[in-house]
Design a protein around this ligand. Structure first.
Ligand code: NOJ
Length: 702
């Protein structure tokens, strides 16, 4: 690996224009990378390839393992699994000739409507931080760079390229910054700024957050990259601390569409202006000549970019880089494992797991398609995928009938908003048009079966927020009709985040599978038949839309260009506790097929030790959660905050102890004058199965 002295020597040897070529992207001649630097041949600096992004590798024109949506990875409450997924994605990136992965996305799920919640992790900063950091360390364990995004308070797609998040410092420190800090502490090589503004300043140009907090205070020594076409101004960004502009080149402004050239094209809300690029090319050179940007700053940018390249082995002998591996049996198995581990059993009256020999009716408008992900830059095209119909037909040994019931739900993609860009993958290739789409056929099939399994989905995308939390189309009606015909109806929901489930009292079981990726049908079958325990717990609260905190237009989507984060730190379960509102399903909720008793808890030197017993006659996985309740405080604090979690697999009848170390974040609050403060007095630690299912408590003096 290149030493820092070598990098300094390289920087001195580079001409001004060579330096500029290392901080401003250009077109990948092979057309596979999402972002590309050509390198400097004269000094043996090779090209550098950056590629999307969190659900697998999206190299243009290539296939790769399509992992479940990030929110499913977080639902596993299993950072080790996140590490494995990061490692696998990175090895695929290497196999596809890429060097930096534009993942993970760690923005806090602030509003359930956000179109990109499926790409993010949680409403809770400790869970998002732990899983995000694990993804980072997994990616980087192979020598590929991770890119944590989108820094910071990029929590909505409505007006995402211009909205200003008006958020106070305490809230930023306690909620929105910690997952980024966790990624930096895990050694992340690059940070991508969001399109949005924070307190008026574009994030690309945010001197306080990029320069002071990220770089100076946290000591981040990698490079900061703009989101694509998301660099606001040359001087503002360069002096704030942005290091690399991507993609660096404008879309061809001569490109015609129905309305004329792109220059005149009216960019839809949520789509960045792709003619605004090249600000770190000649304009940066001019700004240096004019004295508006110190020349040292350009050297620092180059040093950081070269440092990233060196970490990927590109400037040395390549020995730090793990071998590439694409679509291996291990990666396929891992995609299935993440999907089953992330699946949350919301309700079960005993119908699940399905017994062998059960006759089932598989129903839903998309049962002959896999639900790979949401729309936008994370769309990954797999080599193979199983549909719910295939997965269940293969696993079941009773009769299986397959009906669609209702017409397909219209899919939405960022690319649909742009007439001149081709869409992402075509889910239609798995479509089987032979099936009937009448509700009557579905109801007949349900009535004739022992169990009806209805698969439903929402349709979310980057670039657009959801209008409502209801399932689109006639899916609610379909479920009601099927449930009326068969009282053993199971619903499998695939959604990018919380959805409303108005029929939940009328069905026998509900699984939340998020967007399961290529393993869709296999994972659904494994969980439905109990071959895998439904390992997931909710990383976000489920509730009716009007019960969430940011219901005022001023808060979301904002007024006059600003979204006011008036709810402060009271996001997700913190809000439901504050208002004493019962959610539909609380944060952390999820059943196992096994049952558990929490036997004891004791305080240890750096946390607590909990003993849990599997009281059922089958193995199962429990996610033990510890929440901290602060003592009396001079500021209003959340009633409880997640401080630690740990999963444990227990055989039938087995009892074991596990230790949890409590995250300081949960015990402290941020005072803008004094910094982090831990209130005096004993803290109560609640140990339980969700934020609303406390089984044991202990006083913690720490
Ligand atoms: C815009 C998205 O916000 C970002 O997440 C992605 O990595 C880039 N486009 C590149 O596709």
């Amino acid at each position: 690996m290149q030493s820092s002295r070598d990098i300094d020597a390289l920087v001195s040897a580079l001409t001004r224009s060579e330096k500029l070529s290392l901080v401003c992207g250009t077109v990948d001649p092979e057309g596979t990378a999402t972002g590309y630097l050509a390198g400097v041949d004269r000094l043996d600096i090779p090209p550098f390839h950056l590629v999307d992004g969190p659900l697998g590798v999206r190299a243009e024109g290539e296939r790769a393992t399509a992992f479940p949506a990030s929110i499913a990875t977080a639902a596993s409450f299993d950072p080790d699994l996140g590490h494995d997924q990061g490692r696998a994605m990175a090895r695929e990136a290497t196999a596809l000739g890429q060097d930096a992965l534009l993942a993970p996305g760690v923005n806090i799920v602030r509003v359930p409507q956000c179109g990109r919640n499926f790409e993010y992790l949680s409403e809770d900063p400790v869970l998002a931080g732990d899983v995000g950091a694990a993804l980072v360390s997994g990616i980087e364990s192979t020598g590929v760079l991770a890119t944590v995004k989108h820094f910071v308070a990029n929590n909505q797609e409505s007006a995402r390229t211009s909205v200003s998040a008006e958020v106070d410092e305490r809230t930023l420190r306690e909620l929105y910054l910690p997952p980024f800090r966790a990624a930096v502490d895990a050694g992340v090589g690059s940070v991508m700024t969001g399109y949005n503004r924070v307190n008026g300043s574009y994030m690309s140009d945010h001197a306080e957050l990029v320069g002071d907090v990220l770089k100076d205070e946290w000591g981040f020594d990698g490079y900061v990259v703009s989101d694509w076409y998301g660099l606001a101004t040359t001087v503002g960004a360069a002096t704030a601390g942005l290091d690399l502009e991507m993609p660096g080149v404008a879309l061809d402004t001569e490109t015609s569409n129905d309305d004329g050239s792109l220059d005149e094209f009216e960019w839809p809300d949520g789509i960045p202006d792709a003619t605004h690029a090249g600000l770190f090319g000649e304009p940066l050179s001019a700004a240096i000549d004019e004295g508006a940007v110190p020349p040292d700053r350009l050297d620092d940018m180059v040093r950081r970019v070269l440092g990233g390249m060196a970490r990927t082995g590109l400037l040395g002998d390549g020995s730090v880089r793990a071998d590439g591996a694409l679509d291996t049996p291990a990666h396929r198995a891992l995609a299935t494992r993440v999907a089953t581990r992330g699946t949350v059993l919301l309700e079960n009256d005993g119908v699940l797991p399905l017994a062998d020999g059960t006759d089932i009716a598989v129903i839903g408008p998309h049962v002959t398609e896999p639900k790979l992900g949401g729309g936008g830059s994370s769309e990954t095209t797999p080599f193979e995928a199983t549909t719910p119909a295939e997965g269940l037909s293969e696993r079941a040994d009773g009769t299986v009938t397959v009906t669609h019931g209702i017409p397909e739900i219209e899919s939405v993609s960022l690319f649909d908003l742009l007439p001149f860009v081709e869409g992402g993958h075509d889910e239609g290739e798995w479509n089987d048009e032979d099936h009937d789409r009448s509700m009557d056929t579905a109801v007949e099939a349900a009535a004739a079966a022992d169990v009806a399994v209805v698969f439903v989905r929402d349709a979310t995308t980057e670039g657009k927020d959801r209008d409502s939390l209801s399932l689109p189309g006639q899916q609610d009606e379909l479920i009601e009709a099927v449930a009326a015909a068969n009282d053993r109806t199971v619903v499998v929901v695939r959604s990018g985040g919380p959805v409303e489930l108005p029929w939940r009292d009328d069905v026998a079981a509900i699984l939340e599978a998020w967007y399961p990726g290529q393993a869709d049908g296999d994972a659904a079958a494994a969980v439905l038949y109990g071959d895998s325990d439904p390992g997931g717990r909710l990383p976000v609260t489920f509730a009716p839309a009007e019960d969430y905190p940011a219901t005022d237009e001023r808060q979301f989507p904002g007024v006059d260009g600003s979204a006011h984060y008036d709810e402060g730190v009271f996001v997700g379960y913190r809000h439901f506790d504050r208002t004493d509102t019962a959610p539909t399903y609380p944060f952390g909720h999820g059943h196992s097929y096994a049952t558990f008793e929490y036997r004891s808890v004791t305080e240890t030197d750096d946390g607590i030790e909990v003993t849990v017993e599997n009281t059922s006659d089958r193995p199962g996985r429990e996610v033990v959660q510890a929440y901290v309740r602060p003592p009396a405080s001079p500021v209003e604090r959340p009633l409880r905050e997640l401080a630690a979690f740990e999963s444990i697999e227990l055989d039938a009848g087995e009892s074991r102890s596990l230790s949890l170390s409590l995250d300081e974040l949960a015990r402290s609050y941020y005072d803008p004058d004094d910094g982090w403060v831990v209130d005096d007095g004993p803290h109560t630690v609640e140990i339980g199965r969700s934020a609303r299912d406390v089984r044991l408590t202990v006083e913690y003096d720490g």
